[in-house]
Design a protein around this ligand. Structure first.
Ligand SMILES: [Zn+2]
Ligand SMILES: [Zn+2]
Length: 153
């Protein structure tokens, strides 16, 4: 997963070294998922290898590092899993759902508040004055006089 800006401070300084050790040391460049993602991997372990086509999706695998307990601070080896994008997404899925529902609730509250403020503002705003229509030419007294040729019977 890309690191969310608000979570950046939660990652240790040597995070790049840690992930290199996990992904390419322990995992040997291959997804370490053995079914935690909910998929049944033939042979027991995901066959996705970094830089190669994913056996399921066909897209190039970029090995990522998943936090099994979703806590970025927890970089114990047993909490980290070198995982392909697919397994990582699926492992995080439950967690994302919770995060997303919180995000949506916060957004809804913010939108409701904005709506409330907008309504309050609208009540204070006078409707704009309509431009005065130009005076009709016929309103000039001279033009209301009958024309000479209309006078004759
Ligand atoms: Zn995988
Ligand atoms: Zn998996």
């Amino acid at each position: 997963m890309p690191i969310r800006p608000e979570n950046r401070a939660r990652y240790p300084r040597d995070w790049p070294r840690i992930i290199a050790r996990i992904r390419f040391g322990r995992a040997g460049g291959r997804c370490e998922c053995t079914g935690r993602c909910g998929l049944v991997h033939p042979g027991g372990r995901c066959a996705a290898v970094h830089g190669q086509a994913h056996p399921d999706t066909g897209s190039t695998v970029v090995l990522t590092t998943a936090h099994l307990n979703h806590q970025p601070e927890d970089v114990r080896e047993e909490n980290l899993l070198g995982a392909c994008q697919l397994c990582h997404l699926r492992i995080d899925h439950g967690h994302h759902r919770i995060t997303r529902s919180i995000t949506l609730a916060v957004r809804a509250a913010a939108a409701a508040q904005l709506g409330f403020l907008a309504d309050a503002d609208l009540e204070r705003i006078e409707p704009p004055a309509l431009p005065r229509p130009p005076a009709p030419r016929t309103s000039h007294p001279a033009l209301q006089l009958p024309l000479p040729d209309q006078e004759a019977p």
